[in-house]
Design a protein around this ligand. Structure first.
Ligand code: LMR
Length: 411
């Protein structure tokens, strides 16, 4: 083995943060929710579900390869809506998998095996792990334009031109809501045009839904895009994660869903993804899936979950507003309105490494770009693409963060 891999672009930031001994350090790298005291948050509703589970003395036998039946039913209904026609008609296949990453990986293996020669199109930029996941499954990926640096908004023309130029039957990976890392989503009208394009070109949309309920505080609003495609009769794949919205990061709870043209296809696809999952990890863990299905299926817990999610989303929105206010106060000549226009956990700041070399957080001797300046001088840890996780920011730390950003734009 000749080469050591550089640290992971996202999880490697946490490793570097842990090595920093400064009392002022701030970890805005990984997208993980923190309280105003910057502590991890365990949802009260999760604790209640776990108490119910202990009392019911469920066993720890293997789950079926496709996972917990109650969870699979609950998660498909949460995604598509309870009265969804595709569910009623048996056209939906759901397999519980290992949060967003595992679900995407099963989907990627399915594409590699059954849609050979089809290229996956990822937004530029996208979540750091997408390229890794498809490459690991041996699936070719390319990028479509997404982010317009000039407007700090969606490059809708670029996006649709690139998806139009892609060969018919390509796979388009779409972020269901709260695009990671930019926080910039298409409008509903633009989603309509993207759906038209996919239908006309025979593209297969593969949604990554990592923030349902966490972006807007509403489970229905955040699932609008995949529901819209499914209700139009377009076949879709959807990866779901419960890491953020239920705070079940380490439990690895998620699912891969296929909404298909008919029930026979749904049965065939299930048999194939079971085979893929069996080879990758055999069967999924039970604990987190039981928590999620308990919360989703009990009306009183479901209502409480919605309240807690709304509180988390609300805290992120309030630090977003505060950051905008502080930045505007410090540097009124710059337009900071992108901070409040972006949605979800992240802000895409426009800070970026100027050098093309690999950057190791905290390891370079001199700050040579503005992201390094954030880390080395100000002890603010963030991903090198300029993304900061506002879920890891407190109101108390916001003035210091704003000062660090303004200072770093001068580097
Ligand atoms: C993130 O984007 O920070 C999260 O989804 C965590 C991860 O696994 O990368």
């Amino acid at each position: 083995m000749e080469y050591a891999e550089p640290p992971d672009p996202i999880l490697g930031v946490t490793e570097a943060y842990k090595r920093d001994t400064s009392p002022d350090k701030l970890n805005l790298g990984v997208g993980a929710y923190r309280t105003e005291e910057l502590q991890p948050y365990m949802l009260e509703v999760v604790k209640k579900a776990e108490r119910i589970m202990i009392d019911s003395e469920d066993n720890k036998e293997y789950l079926p390869i496709e996972g917990l039946a109650d969870f699979n039913k609950a998660t498909a209904e949460l995604l598509l809506g309870k009265d969804n026609a595709a569910i009623r008609e048996g056209r939906v296949t759901t397999l519980q998998s290992l949060s967003g990453t595992g679900s995407l990986r099963v989907g990627a293996a399915f594409i590699g095996k059954f849609l050979p020669g089809r290229t996956v199109y990822l937004s530029n930029p996208t979540w750091g792990n997408h390229k890794n996941i498809f490459a690991d499954a041996g699936v070719e990926w390319k990028e479509y334009r997404y982010f317009d640096k000039a407007t700090i908004g969606l490059d809708f023309e670029g996006m649709t031109a690139d998806l139009e130029a892609a060969p018919d039957g390509s796979i388009a990976v779409l972020h269901g809501c709260a695009h990671n890392p930019t926080g910039v989503d298409p409008t509903r009208e633009q989603w309509g045009a993207i759906a038209d394009l996919c239908e006309r070109k025979g593209h297969l949309p593969f949604f990554d839904v990592a923030y349902q309920g966490f972006a807007s505080g509403s489970l229905d609003d955040d699932a609008w895009a995949p529901r819209f495609f499914a209700n139009r009769g377009i076949e879709i794949m959807v990866a779901q994660s419960y890491s953020k919205n239920l705070g079940l990061y380490a439990e690895r709870v998620g699912a891969i869903n296929f909404v298909l043209a008919d029930a026979a296809a749904a049965k065939r696809v299930l048999s194939q993804i079971k085979r893929i999952a069996r080879a990758l990890y055999s069967n999924p863990p039970v604990h987190g899936a039981r928590i999620a299905s308990t919360v989703i299926s009990r009306p009183e817990l479901f209502a409480e979950w919605n309240t807690e999610m709304d509180e988390m989303a609300g805290r992120i929105k309030s630090v977003r507003q505060l950051l905008y206010d502080e930045l505007t106060k410090l540097e009124p000549s710059r337009d900071w309105s992108f901070v409040t226009r972006q949605i979800g956990m992240f802000s895409f700041t426009g800070l970026s490494p100027k050098q093309a070399r690999t950057w190791l957080p905290g390891r370079c001797s001199l700050p040579c770009c503005n992201v390094e300046n954030m880390t080395q001088k100000h002890h603010v840890y963030m991903t090198k693409d300029g993304r900061i996780s506002l879920a890891g920011l407190s109101a108390a730390k916001t003035p210091a963060l704003a000062a660090a950003i303004v200072d770093s734009f001068k580097v």
